[in-house]
Design a protein around this ligand. Structure first.
Ligand code: SF4
Length: 343
C-alpha cells in the first residue's frame, strides 16, 4: 500500500514579482509538470536527475512546503493538498525533511537539546521531562551522547551536524522523511557512516523515505525503487536492481553512462549526456529530452510520451518509462529497439 500518492502534480513559478510584474510580461518556470508518484509504506524511493530538474521542488510539494499549481497529494489515503494550515497540523510531524546542509538548518543560537525539545513541543509530541528524555534518546539513536544536548551546532563536525538534523526529524515521530541530498556536502568516509545510519534508523523507526540525490552510487546502496526526473517530469521508474541492470529510457542510460565506465563486455552507450539541460521556462515541444537524445525520431518533436507501464519486473515492481521507442512494439515492450539503435 502506498503511504504517499501524487497525481498530476504541477508547480509553476513566476519569475516576475512586485511592481515590475505588473508592467512587464513575466516568464513561467515549469518546475514540476504532471508528476504521478507512489511511495509504498516502508519503502525508500530514490529521486535522481541533474541539478535544476525539479527534484527538490517535488519533495517540497509532497510535504506541502510548497502548494502545487495543480494535482493532488495523498498521505496514507488522505488528500492533504487542499487542507488549511490548521487542518494540516497533525500531518506536519508525520512528514519531515532533512536538508543537504545541516549548518543552515540548525539554529546556531540554540543548544542541540533546545533545538530538539523545541521541535518536540511544537508538534505536541511530548512536554517537560518527557520531551527532554525523548531528545536524548534520539541523539543516542543517531550515535551522539546525552551530554551533547548542552553544546551548540558549531561545536560539531559536518557529519555530526547531519546526525543532529536527523535526530530532530526523528524526534517528532515521523512516518515519512524527505532526505534532500543528505550526504552530498560530507566527506566520502562520513557519507558512508550516515548512509549506514539512515538504513538502520529506517528499520528501527519504521520509516518511508524519499531520497533525493544526484549520486547514483548512493541510490544503489539505499533505495528500493528509483524515479528518474528530467526537466520537471518523471521519465522512468523501476525497482533499483532492475533499473541498474537494464535502464530503458535514453536519459537514464545517459545518466548512468555519465558516472560509470562500462564493465568489460558491456555496451558502451556513448559517454553520457550531451549538451546543456534546456531552460524550464521554455521546455522543448514533444519529448523534453529530444534536444539531447541520440535516438530522437520525428514523432518525438510532436508528442510528449506518457509514463506508462512497460512490463512487470522480475519481482513485483512495475517498470514505467516515458519514451516513444517503446510505443510501437505490437507484442509488448521491446527494449531491444533502444539497444539496437544504440549499438
Ligand atoms: Fe529520445 Fe524520443 Fe524517447 Fe524522447 S521519446 S527519449 S526523444 S527516443
Amino acid at each position: 500500500m502506498s503511504l504517499i500518492e501524487a497525481r498530476g502534480l504541477e508547480k509553476r513559478f513566476s519569475t516576475g514579482s512586485g511592481v515590475a510584474a505588473r508592467f512587464f510580461s513575466d516568464d513561467v518556470v515549469h518546475a514540476v509538470d504532471g508528476v504521478d508518484l507512489d511511495i509504498g509504506s516502508g519503502q525508500t524511493m530514490g529521486l535522481v536527475g541533474e541539478s535544476g530538474c525539479g527534484k527538490s521542488t517535488l519533495g517540497n510539494l509532497l510535504l506541502r512546503i510548497h502548494d502545487p499549481t495543480a494535482g493532488t497529494v495523498r498521505f496514507d489515503g488522505t488528500e492533504i493538498t487542499g487542507l488549511s494550515d490548521r487542518e494540516l497540523g497533525p500531518y506536519r510531524s508525520k512528514m519531515q525533511i532533512v536538508f543537504q546542509n545541516p549548518r543552515n538548518s540548525l539554529n546556531p543560537k540554540h543548544t542541540v537539546g533546545k533545538i530538539l525539545r523545541k521541535a518536540i513541543r511544537f508538534h505536541d509530541v511530548a512536554s517537560g521531562a518527557d520531551a527532554a528524555s525523548l531528545a536524548e534518546r534520539c541523539l543516542e539513536d543517531v550515535g551522539l551522547r546525552p551530554e551533547h544536548t548542552d553544546r551548540y551546532p558549531h561545536e560539531f563536525s559536518g557529519g555530526q551536524q547531519q546526525r543532529i538534523a536527523i535526530a530532530r526529524a526523528l524526534s517528532v515521530k515521523p512516518e515519512f522523511i524527505v532526505l534532500d541530498e543528505p550526504v552530498s556536502a560530507l566527506d566520502v568516509s562520513v557519507q558512508s557512516k550516515i548512509l549506514g545510519l539512515i538504513d538502520d534508523l529506517k528499520a528501527e523507526y519504521d520509516l518511508t523515505l524519499l531520497f533525493i540525490t544526484h549520486d547514483l552510487n548512493v541510490v544503489r546502496r539505499v533505495c528500493d525503487e528509483v524515479s528518474v526526473m528530467y526537466l520537471g517530469e518523471i521519465v522512468e521508474n523501476a525497482l533499483t536492481t532492475e533499473l541498474f541492470d537494464d535502464p530503458y529510457h535514453p536519459y537514464t542510460q545517459a545518466l548512468f553512462d555519465s558516472i560509470t565506465l562500462p564493465e568489460p563486455g558491456e555496451l558502451d552507450r556513448g559517454g553520457g549526456i550531451q549538451g546543456e539541460i534546456p531552460s524550464p521556462i521554455d521546455p522543448p515541444s514533444g519529448c523534453r529530452f529530444r534536444t539531447r537524445c541520440p535516438m530522437a525520431m520525428p514523432e518525438c518533436e510532436e508528442v510528449n510520451p506518457e509514463l506508462v507501464e512497460r512490463e512487470r519486473g522480475a519481482t513485483d515492481g512495475a517498470r514505467h518509462t516515458a519514451c516513444h521507442l517503446y510505443d510501437t512494439a505490437e507484442d509488448g515492450p521491446d527494449e531491444k529497439r533502444a539497444v539496437d539503435r544504440l549499438g
